[in-house]
Design a protein around this ligand. Sequence first.
Ligand code: MG
Length: 374
Amino acid sequence: MKTAALLVAAGRGTRAGEGLPKQWRPLAGRRVFDWSYAAFSQRADIDHILVVIHPDDEGYLPKGVEAVHGGATRTASVRAGLEGLEARGVTHVLIHDAARACTQPGLIADVVAALQTHAAAAPAVPVTDALWTGADRMVTGTQDRSGLYRAQTPQGFDLDKILAAHRAYNGDARDDVEIARAYGLEVAMTLGDEDNLKVTHAQDFARAERILRGHMDIRLGNGFDVHAFTEGDHVVLCGVPVPHTKALLGHSDADVGMHAITDAIYGALAEGDIGRHFPPTDPEWKGAASHIFLEHACTLARAKGFKIGNVDCTLICEAPKIGPHADAMQAELARIMGLDLNRVSVKATTSERLGFTGRQEGIAALATTTLVSL
Ligand code: MG
């Protein structure tokens, strides 16, 4: 099973307000599109993402995101996307409205799981409110709600079958389940989610914002590192050269503080440690400045949808004295990480002359960081 996500972002919908089509409008610190894209881009069960956009919207597309141009109707746009997925080794497709920005991982997983045993599967929410008919602001009748569901996306399909269904369909359908059923496909229902709303009207933005803020993902990471002293006349700590009677021994510049911070970020992302990303056996990193490692960890955090909340680093040594250099270390770390100074802390302690740091055989550092989902 090789599954693609097809994000339909070609609509001109401006019902949500003046100006931009809704998928490109800001929502909870990103754009609507960025939220729906992120829901699929970080999944192990999604192998490929293709976006359908309006030709006028090329400029809104993030770099590196693959897209095809949509058609005059939603049905034509999805068809263009499906044609774009043909002959790429993809076996299944999840078709998703980019305006559904609050889709949670479990809802997507349920659709993918249902595709193991069904050619088509889509989330739905049972109708629980009483239903009326009405006209001229008067109730004209009541409607039985039993067996009624509200359809959501992503709607999942065997790619060959939904492509054949689209090619056989004439007209503009409300969704792809309608097209699948017209072709004779049986569609399994998975559990939808009230929060998986399609952002359409201005008030939907406020609700989606509350939902997304409520889903905020906060990660904590720790890092610990030790480097031994060797011959030399200075050490590099948190990016700042500090004169000393010794140097620190290490494959890179042996910046023990920056290594601890970098490992804390990798830790919060469950991405191992520096050694995984920059193997010490690789001569390329011999003598390397450690800001390369820290910048990589920060870039990885951003790519995974996180910003760094704060960093706190403690250096453990008898000498050199850290106090006179702490401000410079704080400023250098803040610069490298793109953070405000008040989110970066560097402090130091001795170990009361106990242990290897007490015997001045080396320096230890520990660091803690928080990552907050964007
Ligand atoms: Mg190290």
